[in-house]
Design a protein around this ligand. Sequence first.
Ligand code: PEP
Ligand code: MG
Length: 590
Amino acid sequence: MFDTNEMEIHLSGIGVSPGICIGKAYLVGREGVDIVDKYLISEDNLQNEIKRFKSAVKNAKDKLQEIIEATPEELHEHAYILETHKIMFKDKMLYGKTIETIEKERVNAEWALKKVVSNVKSMFNNMTDDYLKGRAADVLHVSESIMQNLVGAKAVDIAAIDKRVILVATDISPAETSQIQLEKVKGLVTDLGGKTSHTGIIARTLEIPAVQGLDNATRAINNDDIIIVDGNSGTVIVNPTDQTLIEFEERQFRYEEYKAVITRNSHLPAETTDGSKLVVMGNIELPEEVVSVINYGGDGIGLFRTEFQYLSQFDFPSEDELFDQYKDVIEVITPKSVTIRTLDISGDKSVSYATNSDEKNPVLGLRGIRYCLKKPEVFKTQLRAILRASAFGKIRILFPMISCHEEILAAKKILAEVADSLEKEDTPFDENIKIGIMIEVPSAAIMADIMAKEVDFFSIGTNDLIQYALAVDRVNKQVAHLYQPLNPAIIRMIKHVSDVAKNADVKVFMCGEMAGDPVNIPVLIGLGIKRFSMNPQSIPAVKKIIRSLNVEDAKRFTQDVLKETSETGVLELVFQTYGSTLFEIGYAES
Ligand code: PEP
Ligand code: MG
């Protein structure tokens, strides 16, 4: 145990929902579900044991249904997450395997469930991706509620908390998070979870600061400890000194002020001072994030990463499941548009049922379009679902990880076959659907003139483009200092793509994180980029800086930028020229 009395402790995790809060810790216990005994079941009693397991599943499912029905208005979009959990109760991997273990090993239901969950956990743990960690959490949440029913433990009643607190837990399930009453819970801190956990997404919608993935928060924090949660930096401070408290109270005040200023005008158009109307859209991973894009003033969805639906279950989703989700998204965002990116699994986003875990360099492996071309049946199912959804609003199709011309031809051929089959069935779809490719592999950037002949638009994926062009792993902290969006090599690549696209009359979007950082915007506008897509929270600040810029000035400025030889030089020039503009939008405070 840590001695938390009197001593200020800094814990570092992943900031999943921005903002700062200060308050008393409320530890959410999970007594009774961790310690489980093993005992053998006689042949005669096996069927009873299975019945006991099935009835625990039913009770847990009924309880979840009650929670879904009691979900407050502002979280209704999230009922989908809980519906997914409802399906998981009967998943083969959890439900089927537990029954099989009871039968085969003649053990009690608790032990069988524990064994199955620990296998699932280790399978997920061997994967490095954030999404998958989030999915492991989903399995745990579902299994935990079954276990609670088996052992008769009381579920955590978040709705019953009667004072203003910050929740601290090993993990908090989406079902629990959705019971949070905003007037009671100031913030969230958990040992597990990460950016793409459902809990994180709900916290962002509720706009409560949250830090996850702290590993040891529940050991380092005691009930009623004063804690500071900084969701911007992913830091939690336990028992802060008076000086730290004053500092963070000031930071909290400045952040709230910054947020109020920045969001006040987020619905104004992203129009430069010389009258160019630019487009600022949001990136989403889950349908429920559409609401954030709208709330933050986004001009549509510039990137719908579709991997999530594949990662959140144990088998490929069906065409109808995919179609339902795409239709939901387009119906909410209409009359604005959505760019649906086809599956970019594998690489670092590997899916247990779909990938070969032996790849030595997964990010250089069977990833994105390469995977889809190798598995045309998986690809076709998704393309059919996207085309069917295109009958309900304006959808664009985006192919990820294109590294050569043949890949576009092959992808388009399959798309044409799918369109043909839909036509034969008289199934409606948008016959003029726009087709684009991600420019995220340097070869695609260099070959942009050739690629442009095949598509309607490009979407520059700087997250990967920087990784591949500068040979810097995008998730490796050791080389984070070399991961430089404004590196002259990257600027030149973007310029090449933008110039080529302009000549070929192909639209260019930028959907990597580079587009969401106001500091990069003057250079990008100077390079001719007019359409940006980013995480929804960044939309207001990017729109705000756009409204203070002049395109012609930015173009002249970028001529000087192109003479710089290092990112440091570029940044110095940006701050010399646009420092006061960035300061005015509160950039230094963000
Ligand atoms: C990118 O690479 O910039 C991108 C937007 O795609 P992802 O982050 O999903 O790889
Ligand atoms: Mg990418």
